[in-house]
Design a protein around this ligand. Sequence first.
Ligand SMILES: [Zn+2]
Length: 100
Amino acid sequence: MNMSDPILVNVTEEIVRGLVSFLLRGPEYQTFCKCEICEFDTVALTLNALPSKYVTSMEARDEAFKEMNTPGNIERINKEIIHALHVVNKYPRHKVEPTS
Ligand SMILES: [Zn+2]
């Protein structure tokens, strides 16, 4: 893809999707359901609590990613994700027991 090709992405979403996927598969959340419904609900809940960061070029995407990928910001995002993980774990949208 050319750097100048137009895109439309929310960089916050990109970061949150990556962090949720990583955290959910870590040792702390072994007992949490990892199905797509729960993973997407966790991402959605987290994103609704955070400001979005839309960009329209790969250049702007890279710049925004670099700006947002600081220890303090990642810690703040992780805090929202952990809150969302617990909400979804307590109130999953499906009735069946956790799957993996
Ligand atoms: Zn689930």
